[in-house]
Design a protein around this ligand. Structure first.
Ligand code: GDP
Length: 138
């Protein structure tokens, strides 16, 4: 599975009942779902997942947000998955995201921005392994 990316539908989008519409956009863009779970991140998991941001002023708030409710985690496959998915979700800050992108449509703010998408092939594999065992992938 080299052409994979990892995504999470974040707590804001789950609360706003946007799991279905976001998955529809992901399917329409040609991604195949290889693994999926509806779950909640523990504080330790959220801290580990966002460890690269631990020196940033928003780290505490981000961890609090990501543990504020359930998320949907998934492994997606497609040629050029990482780059194409970043294009589909749009810029981190929804005010800067292109029209039609998932964040433009569904995000509430720079933090509550509806979805996560891996930023490199290497991180996609690390993030997929963080959430899914081999027997949970199809
Ligand atoms: P991404 O790769 O587009 O998700 O963006 P980053 O890796 O830079 O940031 C990770 C996550 O931290 C983002 O998706 C947001 O949820 C959150 N975040 C990024 N920048 C800010 C910020 O300036 N303030 C706050 N509160 N959260 C932020």
């Amino acid at each position: 599975m080299s052409n994979i990316t990892f995504t999470m539908i974040k707590p804001d989008a789950v609360k706003n009942n946007n799991i279905g519409p976001i998955l529809a956009k992901i399917n329409d863009a040609g991604f195949t779902i290889r693994a999926m779970k509806y779950t909640e991140l523990s504080e330790a998991q959220a801290m580990a997942f966002y460890e690269v941001h631990k020196e940033r002023p928003f780290y505490g708030e981000l961890v609090e947000f990501m543990t504020s409710g359930p998320i949907v985690a998934a492994i997606l496959e497609k040629e050029n998955a990482v780059e194409d998915f970043r294009k589909l979700i749009g810029a981190t800050n929804p005010t800067e995201a292109a029209e039609g992108t998932i964040r433009k449509i569904f995000a509430e703010s720079i933090q509550n921005n509806a979805v996560h998408g891996s930023d490199s092939d290497e991180n996609a594999i690390i993030e997929a392994d963080f959430h899914f065992s081999k027997t949970e992938r199809f």
